[in-house]
Design a protein around this ligand. Structure first.
Ligand code: FE2
Length: 167
């Protein structure tokens, strides 16, 4: 393996420590692309035998960002969602994801979820990586098996997400 998880995590850590904003995230995006190109890395961390669809393979003890390995064995339709107060990077390793971006037409209020409308759709192909800033709403659609490397600014297992409904 030419690119190791240790090296990947250290590059992300250094980039985000120096600049947690756009410049740091762009560097992280480049590191994700490096990992996506490394067949051995993909074999090791995104094995066909993965038991769970989402595996956190690294969580930074200081900055809180996570490197997640996703293995979807069949088609899967995601619902429009944001990542609460954090950002994320989606990197496509295997297969293809149709990503859709959604725009808020009426914000959430009282018990009503935010209403969102489809804005655009594009394909993430192997090697592609895309940054989703805080609050951006997207839904991944997959026609077949896919594997992704995702970075979360903080572990979204612990985040409260907005309630969102497509119109
Ligand atoms: Fe997402």
């Amino acid at each position: 393996m030419t690119y190791t998880l240790n090296k990947f995590a250290a590059e992300c850590h250094d980039a985000l420590k120096a600049d947690p904003g756009q410049a740091g995230r762009k560097k992280v995006l480049e590191s994700v692309k490096k990992a996506l190109k490394d067949d051995e890395f993909i074999r090791e961390y995104l094995p066909d035998t993965a038991e769970k669809e989402r595996n956190i393979i690294y969580e930074d003890p200081e900055l809180g960002f996570c490197i997640c390995a996703h293995v979807y064995k069949g088609a899967k339709k995601g619902f429009p969602h944001d990542h609460g107060t954090t950002w994320a990077i989606y990197g496509q390793a295997v297969g293809e994801t149709e990503m859709t971006d959604w725009k808020v037409v009426s914000p959430a209020h009282d018990d009503e979820p935010a209403k969102v409308k489809l804005e655009k759709s594009y394909h993430l192909k192997p090697g592609d990586a895309h940054l989703y800033p805080e609050g951006t709403i997207h839904a991944p659609l997959r026609d077949g098996p896919t594997k992704l490397i995702r970075i979360e600014g903080v572990n979204t297992d612990r985040l409260k997400r907005s309630r969102i409904e497509p119109v």
